[in-house]
Design a protein around this ligand. Sequence first.
Ligand SMILES: Nc1ncnc2c1ncn2[C@@H]1O[C@H](COP(=O)(O)OP(=O)(O)OP(=O)(O)O)[C@@H](O)[C@H]1O
Ligand SMILES: O=C(O)C[C@@H](O)[C@H](O)C(=O)CO
Length: 319
Amino acid sequence: MKKLDIITFGRAAVDLNAVEYNMPMEETMTFKKYVGGSPANIAIGTSKLGLKAGMIAKVSDDQHGNFVIDYMNKVGVETSSIKKDTEGRKIGLTFTEIKSPEECSILMYRDQAADLYLSVDDFNEDYIKSAETLLISGTALSQSPSREAALHAMDIAKKNGVEVIFELDYRPYTWKSEAETSVYMSLAARSADIVIGTRDEFNVLENSEGNSDEESVQELFNYSPHLVVVKHGVKGSKAFTRDGEVIEGDIYKTQVLKTFGAGDSFASGFIYALKKEKGIQEALKYGSAAASIVVSKHSSSDAMPTVEEIEQLIHSQEG
Ligand SMILES: Nc1ncnc2c1ncn2[C@@H]1O[C@H](COP(=O)(O)OP(=O)(O)OP(=O)(O)O)[C@@H](O)[C@H]1O
Ligand SMILES: O=C(O)C[C@@H](O)[C@H](O)C(=O)CO
């Protein structure tokens, strides 16, 4: 029995979500603070679903860093490998704009962000070995020393039979060029067991437009991955297995408040159901239902649902 079901690797940050909706950010005067950062959201999401989740991250040594660690502890995430930056670097901030339920955007403040200074010395082999699964966020590969740390963590996982999930999580702001992004995204995706990303993110990984999902996944199946999930927003998602299965996931209709947070909640529900051995079709349902719940709420982390909420939604719309 492993101590942890999953460790997520990458940024833990702060989201500042517009309290006033249906207006541009210039006019927004009030923002509500939440924990943010895609891999932090996934640690929170899976923990709220009852998995034993931990995180490898680096936050600022200040009130915001304390806020993130305290919140993660409160929701049951194991935080011993969330380190504080000793050089005074600050946590990333993400302001969100909710112009309409369809028109949302995020504005990231991430210069010298503490998470990109996570280094190989900030975690140890035993911590990774204590988990069944390691989830790496693509943004962690965008700069050194976090890039080497992420690749090192993947290497430890692979040598020790720890499953690796690569969440493409492409945030253009932190990358220098499209070619560089493609090189490192491909390197990580080829070494992972499971890859999850949006169609646009696979285009970034391939540094080309116009490939079909089938073409993207066949390329990856030449390497380590045995399961690849391509997300298509309101059009749902598709999972492809190495042995040729293609499984489609629908969405669950809801009253959308904002669109961000869908990807992280989808990953949380999907991973939870896979770990509970419910099968890929069910995992897509759990992912979509979790996303549907989160897009109807104000945050991407605090809004992560419980198993009961997910199952209730699935049954209500199937009924
Ligand atoms: N408006 C919506 N209503 C219901 N479900 C949705 C909606 N948008 C997305 N989803 C669900 O969430 C999944 C992931 O969404 P999407 O493809 O937008 O990922 P993403 O771009 O990673 O999300 P994010 O906006 O958080 O970065 C979709 O496959 C779908 O199941
Ligand atoms: O991933 C981030 O750093 C920002 C998120 O926390 C934000 O809520 C979001 O964009 C989720 O998709």
